[in-house]
Design a protein around this ligand. Structure first.
Ligand code: ADP
Ligand code: MG
Length: 246
């Protein structure tokens, strides 16, 4: 359902992603792990076109876009692809001047032009899913980090994206608060939500991911099921990285 083919991303002279080709099936969860600076965030940002790949091809659902240096991609095509993705950030990035439910409704009302009552019903459904219905009218500043992240997940899911992209969703949280976010993400995974997440949290990756991609220096060094990558990695670089975390 998601296919990245020969994706490269260059910032000036810095080739940050080097020939990334991966496929993700519908309903699967992929964890991107690897050292800081390895290209995890850039890869996620290329999938929803917050960054434009320098070259390569992205196939997501019904959209296929081919990138080449100097080739202009139409705004409508960018929007169509972006609408198939939802993004969750390390630092939640809720709109501070909107309540929890307001945050979840925002995109439905302003981008998709849903009537407010329909958007409110959908938002409430999602807040229930992430265990935040009781805080629907709370302001973000009054919520814990774990609660804010759960609202952010509900917001990302509101327009029913094909894939949920999560960039270090638990990294800003204390272990206890991280746990509530891990619970929500693993429930979504069990329900068949397609997800790609960058994470340092091996516990999160082991519990939620079907497949781990170890990314270092902009290259896929190794990939496979979490049990394999975390306990029997084949490559020296993967072994060293896993050892450094435990
Ligand atoms: P990770 O998420 O694995 O830590 P990143 O994707 O953030 O890695 O970064 C990969 C490399 O890309 C780093 O060398 C970083 O400095 C560089 N990079 C990321 N974003 C930009 C940008 N907007 N401009 C220039 N360089 C960037
Ligand atoms: Mg990152």
């Amino acid at each position: 359902m998601i296919e990245l083919t020969h994706i490269e991303k260059r910032f000036g002279d810095n080739l940050v992603l080097k020939d990334i080709s991966v496929e993700m099936a519908e309903g699967s969860v992929t964890a991107l792990v690897g050292p800081s600076g390895g290209g995890k965030s850039t890869l996620l940002r290329c999938i929803n076109l917050l960054e434009t790949p320098t070259s390569g091809k992205i196939h997501l659902g019904d959209e296929e876009i081919e990138f080449a240096p100097g080739r202009k991609i139409g705004w409508q095509q960018i929007q169509r692809l972006r609408r198939q993705t939802g993004m969750v950030f390390q630092n939640f990035q809720l709109f501070p001047h909107q309540t929890a439910i307001g945050n979840v409704m925002e995109g439905l009302v302003t981008v998709l032009r849903w009537p407010a009552d329909r958007a409110r019903a959908r938002a409430m459904e999602l807040l229930e899913k992430v265990g935040m219905a009781h805080k629907a009218d709370a302001w973000p500043a009054t919520l814990s980090g774990g609660q804010q992240q759960r609202v952010a997940i509900a917001r990302a899911l509101a327009p029913s994206p094909r894939v949920l992209l999560c960039d270090e969703p638990t990294s800003a949280l204390d272990p206890e608060l991280a746990e509530e976010v891990v619970e929500v993400l693993s429930r979504l995974a069990r329900e068949g939500t397609t997800m790609i997440m960058a994470t340092h949290d091996l516990r999160l990756a082991s519990r939620v991911a079907d497949k781990v991609i170890f990314l270092d220096g902009g290259l896929v060094v190794e990939s496979g099921p979490p049990g394999k990558i975390f306990s029997k990695p084949e490559r020296e670089r993967t072994k060293k990285f896993i050892a450094s975390l435990s």
